[in-house]
Design a protein around this ligand. Structure first.
Ligand code: 0X9
Ligand code: ZN
Length: 302
């Protein structure tokens, strides 16, 4: 059965979502966020307690980079907390939002990393005669191919794709996100730079939301720090803290959809490795970081 001291292949992760929807049919529902090149559904769990009808929507994207295994694992941990925690603060998180949580938005890539090439990052589309995949976090239709992306389909890391949203994963998921009512916040999980990144990735400028996002982000990191005393860098813009790179999901959500609350967490690890016995450690940290984020966002009137 499913646990948080092992890493699972994609079918088991998606199977876990199905199980939770059967255990908590009033609250949890499996949703299809899009499709993959190899024909998989991109599955997520919508968590919405049946108390009141209109709730602000929170979106969580994990696993856009195939090799960042801790992100789907920490995300299913968070799902489990939302559905089962006895902590009234976590129960409030569950009850006050309409959660759309996607543990693995690049299922082909994840399966390939799990079974064939541990360091695989991209999708698995046939991108040229010889090469496969595009970087799904360089493929979103906002300032596509401006900075920090490769035009070479054989680039192992950051090929941006043949055009914006060339990848069915980003195209279909972006359509799903566009259709959400009341989207309040967007959180993307990566590893393993151990940072909290704010918009923009594409530019070192600070927009009108920067100061608020920085305060919210700092509270989020403070909450997370309490759990394991792990110090994250930031919060700061992705462009300043990490590197300038275009075509990421966070910039698209923030700019194209105009959602102020957009964050990217880089979780912990070394060369994308994190011991399976310690998944719950980061799962707990992520849970508290989400609690801190939402608490401070509410304080600031978002
Ligand atoms: O390069 C990325 O997409 C992310 N870092 S990673 O090492 N996990 O690949 C950073 C995401 C922040 N956004 C952008 N810089 N686009
Ligand atoms: Zn990543």
């Amino acid at each position: 059965s499913f646990s948080w001291n092992a890493y699972y292949d994609i079918d088991d992760i998606y199977g876990y979502l199905q199980n939770m929807s059967q255990l908590y049919p009033e609250t949890a529902q499996v949703v299809v966020g899009g499709r993959s090149y190899e024909g998989r559904d991109i599955l997520g769990l919508r968590i919405k307690s049946p108390t009141r009808n209109v709730k602000p929507t929170m979106f969580i994207e994990s696993g856009i980079h195939a090799r960042e295994w801790i992100t789907p694992a920490a995300t299913t941990y968070f799902i489990n907390e939302l559905l089962t925690s006895e902590d009234p603060k976590i129960q409030r998180l569950r009850n006050e939002f309409d959660w759309h949580i996607f543990p693995s938005v690049n299922p082909d890539g994840y399966h390939y990393s799990y079974t064939k090439d541990r360091m695989w990052r991209k999708t698995r589309s046939k991108s040229s005669a010889r090469c496969y995949g595009a970087d799904p976090n360089r493929n979103w239709d906002y300032n596509w191919q401006n900075y920090g992306t490769s035009k070479n389909p054989c680039d192992y890391q950051t090929y941006g794709g043949s055009k914006p949203f060339s990848e069915i994963e980003t195209r279909s998921l972006s359509e799903y996100i566009s259709k959400l009512d009341n989207l309040k916040g967007y959180v993307a999980f990566h590893s393993d730079a151990q940072m909290l990144l704010l918009p923009y990735s594409d530019s070192t400028e600070h927009d009108q939301y920067y100061d608020s996002l920085k305060i919210i982000g700092q509270t989020s990191l403070d909450y997370g720090f309490q759990v394991n005393k792990a110090k994250y860098m930031g919060p700061g813009t992705a462009a300043e803290l990490l590197y300038q790179a275009s075509g990421g999901s966070m910039d698209w959500v923030h700019q194209t959809l105009g959602i102020p609350l957009a964050f990217t967490y880089e979780l912990r690890g070394l060369y994308f490795y994190w011991p399976p016995k310690r998944i719950s450690e980061q799962g707990n940290e992520v849970t508290q970081m989400m609690l801190g984020l939402i608490t401070e966002a509410a304080n600031l009137g978002f």
